[in-house]
Design a protein around this ligand. Sequence first.
Ligand code: NCD
Length: 324
Amino acid sequence: MTINYGHFFMIPVCNHFYGRISQMKHLISTKQFGSAKKLEEIFDLADYYQEHKLSTELKDKIIASLFYEPSTRTRLSFETAALRLGAQVISSENAKQFSSVAKGETLADTIKIISGYADAIILRHYEKGAARKASEISTIPIINAGDGIGEHPTQALLDVYTIKKELGRLDNLHIALVGDLLNGRTVHSLINLLRLSDSNILYLISPEELKLPDHLKVRNKINFIEKEELTNLGKLDVLYMTRIQKERFQIPEEYGKVKNRYHLDVKMMRKMKKNSIVMHPLPRVNEISTEIDNDSRAAYFRQAQNGLYIRMAILRLLLSSARP
Ligand code: NCD
């Protein structure tokens, strides 16, 4: 089914939404979201796109995806989202090796050039802060699809969307974030969004050497409990597993020491509440046994699917602001 602007503006739930989101030019950090209400508005739009998977709303747009680091879900769901909205896509999926960066071009020059070709850039880069730098140069919206060990805001948006859909709320939750909390950018972004709701308790479960950086432990509206062991599973509403980020280790032996530290299996799942969920941004390496994939509480594949609807909402929102 296709929808046009007229049709869209007739959807009451999204009416108020456009005005406000259109004020955001780039999506660089989850710190840009000042309230849980803003999230609800994005969720409404994502719900809408779950029901209306094809439209021509962005038919006059070209989206560039520029990925300097590997990706499956983020790049392909963004590109699918763009195509479902009627946009066209240009893509450099291995930009570090195959773009002019390999010849010595700077990110700044690349961004300047693509700004003249496309209407938005989805950027994944290996350096923390790269998306922000790109946004200072770009004349078109930049969407941060992961900047090194910095942030991954669109992943966090789809994560909170998934929690809301699965459990019906974003407050008063016991959430365990497990794994590489030092280098895992999804966790860094997610914490900022969980802070927007009241009374959440976060269990930060990581090896000593991969603890969450202190600057992210701001106890504003949120409580942190740091531990090395994954225990008290029965208390949790959300168990958010993450991969140990192998590519961030300088010394392979250091990675070897921690790589299989956490592994969720059927026995552990028996301790979890009936109405709890297991999440993972994916890819998983060995953090979750495939034996639990068919457990209804295993939400990670539904989580990845939600990424498509959230990214449709984000593209629509940012490209409406790019409109002259
Ligand atoms: C994550 C990432 O790239 O940060 N993947 C993703 O986008 N879903 C998590 C990871 O790579 O471990």
